[in-house]
Write a protein that binds this ligand. Structure first.
Ligand code: 5GP
Ligand code: SF4
Ligand code: MG
Length: 453
């Protein structure tokens, strides 16, 4: 998911949020929503589909207030339903509150059971509703203290933007798994999952929200509180590998530069004598360029992407995913015919895409297809908010590398090593759990099901 928030009484906050969400569209295409607040009352509009489908000019213009938050969603927990679209808005004894969440809690079921025993009722099947319930339960204390107490109860990954009582809040979990950054526009502040959204609205990047930090934005400006003691940071490596936009920087690392570096590492680990290097666009492009440049092999546009088709994996069913591949990518014969081809993609998850692509490239006349992957094998599910599929569906969980190579039909297959990936990122402060099963935040058995509540 993607989140955005802005406090700017003198500006059109709904419109700026709309642009911010537009820039974050790659983070979720199932639903979109914007909530605006005048300090007391909150109005919200949300719907299924893309930002451009959910919001007309008229709808955006009707949303008036001095601050706003927005959300684009792809479901990891909770079904793809309008009821589960965010921001969530609630009335409580102190007024209204709106919340938008990127990430996934690992103790949501436990918390939900406990809250249920105390009489809480739930209207959605998303774990984010648990968060809002906790905050209102603790609200007898000051709002800021209530947020601190809530954070102490939450386990898992969350980047949150919250509108309540005249303030905009940004919260990031103790490990900083999901990204969140602060921008300045004029003398006002905003929050976004990725810095590309700040660029889009003409805001200046200020800094990332720290793990365990609460950022408070209001009439006074910006202040911050370290709610949870700092633990080792574990930024999601998949954000760099695949999920985030190349023009974003997360936790001081530019996404495109780190992808290019992954390609350079691949060239070191697995130099292949080839006539052309191609990418599976767009996520494989930067690594393919890094690889091609490092080895002095020409880069070619061997696969052409239909730019009007979204990310196939975001389609929830396997049948939809399969048609999706052919709708989205086609082989370019002029680049591939009679060539020894190195094809680079960011990841193999289920293997559906890869299998079809190798076949396509071969049918277009490639003599050899060597498949290189800029991530290690994805062998474990993500419980922190990226949809890497259940364990049984992960091809690297079923087959060894030679088995995967055969299944895909490539002449050779190489995945970047974990060390190579870390070298490319230049930091060890990243989560690699979907590759090595070392989960930085414990995952309870209850929540491993990842089912709806
Ligand atoms: P597969 O070979 O598993 O069918 O698809 C791999 C493709 O899905 C890659 O091109 C990659 O860009 C994309 N992908 C990357 N991350 C994810 C993810 O988190 N979930 C899924 N399902 N697909 C992803
Ligand atoms: Fe990211 Fe993988 Fe960790 Fe999930 S398990 S947060 S996808 S690195
Ligand atoms: Mg891809």
């Amino acid at each position: 998911c993607g989140v955005f928030g802005i406090y700017a009484p003198d500006q059109e906050v709904a419109r700026l949020t709309y642009y911010g969400l537009y820039a974050l569209q790659h983070r979720g295409q199932e639903s979109a929503g914007i909530a605006v607040s005048d300090g007391r009352s909150i109005s919200v509009h949300k719907g299924m589909g893309l930002v451009s489908e959910v919001f007309s000019d008229r709808v955006v213009d009707r949303l008036k207030g001095k601050m706003a938050i927005g959300h684009v969603r792809y479901s990891t927990t909770g079904s793809s339903l309008l009821a589960n679209a965010q921001p969530l808005v609630v009335h409580y004894q102190k007024g209204m509150m709106a919340l938008a969440h990127n990430g996934n809690l690992t103790n949501a079921l436990e918390l939900r059971e406990e809250l249920g025993k105390n009489g809480a009722v739930f209207q959605t099947t998303v774990d984010s509703e648990v968060i809002i319930n906790l905050i209102t339960r603790y609200r007898r204390d000051s709002l800021e203290n209530a947020l601190v107490k809530t954070m102490m109860d939450l386990r898992g990954a969350y980047a949150l933007v919250i509108l309540a009582e005249d303030k905009l809040f940004g919260l990031r979990d103790a490990h900083g798994v999901r990204p969140l950054c602060v921008g300045r526009i004029g003398d006002r502040y905003c929050l976004a999952s990725e810095s590309c959204a700040l660029d889009t609205i003409g805001a200046e990047f200020i800094r990332d929200v720290e793990p365990g930090e609460i950022v408070v934005i209001d009439e006074e400006g910006l202040h911050s509180r370290q709610a949870l003691s700092k633990t080792a940071r574990s930024s999601c490596a998949f954000e760099y590998i695949y999920f985030a936009r190349p023009d974003s920087s997360i936790d001081q690392l530019n996404v495109s530069a780190s992808r290019r570096q992954m390609g350079i590492e691949l060239a070191r680990e697995c130099p292949i004598e080839a006539d052309v290097v191609i990418a599976v666009p767009d996520s494989g492009t930067a690594s393919a360029l890094g690889y091609a440049t490092a080895l002095g092999i020409p880069f070619g546009e061997g696969l052409i992407k239909n730019r009007y088709v979204g990310r196939t994996f975001i389609q929830p069913t396997q049948a939809m995913r399969e048609v999706g591949v052919r709708l989205k990518l086609n082989a370019n014969v002029s680049v591939l015919k009679d060539k020894r081809v190195v094809m680079i993609d960011d990841s193999i998850v289920r293997g559906t895409t890869s299998c079809k692509l190798v076949d396509m490239v071969k049918k277009a006349g490639a003599k050899e297809v060597h498949f290189l992957i800029s991530s290690p094998p994805v062998a474990y599910p993500c419980y922190y908010g990226i949809d890497t599929a259940e364990r049984e569906k992960l091809i690297a969980n079923q087959l060894d590398i030679e088995g995967i190579r055969k299944f895909i039909g490539a002449d050779s297959l190489h995945y970047i090593s974990e060390e190579g990936l870390l070298r490319a990122l230049g930091t060890e402060a990243v989560c690699l759990a979907c590759f090595n099963g070392k989960y930085p935040i414990p995952v309870s058995n209850l929540d491993r099901g990842k089912n709806d509540f």
